[in-house]
Design a protein around this ligand. Structure first.
Ligand code: PGA
Length: 221
């Protein structure tokens, strides 16, 4: 895992038309993005856009993630999208985002089940932690440290503090790859990665505009 991860989390934004416009704008930068072989670009659109994004990025280096996953295998679970279904379109899945924990009351046990399902079907979890004390299920390799105060607030954690948290996780497991998320933008992205322990970023608000997201990818290193 030597590449730097740059992940866009489009959250619950963009209908089909808006998703198409996002893709059109983003893919205008395809040639310059192809030059950045040292960056693993991952986009997490809403479920409804996964199929169209998957066909748009087929044969390219851009990877896709889902933002959520059923804690169950396939079966009679109305309204859920399971890992086997996601795997048709994506290689990664975001698990344990604070918005899921807070608004949807996702418990540690549920996050464990989601992680289990992801790994069972070959999806790589990007497991969000809110602090150094957050419990990480077994099998997780990529962690995104996202302090709640920094999400969508315009007030990121300091690079030094994020780096210390990353170091703390790596002392628990040297194989962890720790990303930072929370008010990352084109101006501050490099400062997080420059600290040494942070191996990527998870970007919310600033990824909604594809040009800004491209700028973040460019400025990362
Ligand atoms: P933000 O969101 O970039 O808008 O702070 C990050 C996230 O929630 O993953």
């Amino acid at each position: 895992m030597n590449k730097v991860f740059i992940v866009a989390n489009l959250k619950s934004y963009k209908n089909e038309q808006e998703g198409k416009a996002w893709l059109e704008e983003f893919t205008k930068h395809k040639e310059e993005l192809d030059r950045y072989g040292d960056r693993e670009v991952i986009i997490a659109p809403p479920f409804t856009l996964l199929p169209s994004f998957a066909s748009a990025f087929s044969g390219t280096k851009v990877m896709l993630a889902s933002q959520n996953l059923s804690p169950f295998d396939e079966g009679a679970y109305t309204g859920e999208v399971n890992a086997k279904q996601v795997k048709d379109f994506a290689n990664y899945v975001i698990i344990g985002h604070s918005e899921r924990r807070n608004y949807f009351k996702e418990s540690e046990e549920m996050l464990y089940e989601k992680t289990y399902q992801a790994i069972k079907y070959g999806l790589t979890p990007i497991f969000c932690v809110q602090a150094e004390q957050t419990i990480v299920p077994e099998g997780v390799r990529i962690i995104a440290y996202e302090p709640t105060f920094a999400i969508g607030s315009g007030h990121p954690d300091t690079p030094e503090s994020a780096n210390t948290v990353a170091q703390g996780f790596m002392e628990k497991n040297k194989n962890y790859c720790v990303l930072y998320g929370g008010s990352v933008n084109e101006t501050n992205v490099r400062s997080f990665l420059a600290e040494g322990k942070i191996k990527g970023v998870l970007v919310g608000s600033e990824s909604l505009n594809p040009q800004q997201f491209v700028q973040i990818i460019q400025n990362a290193l």
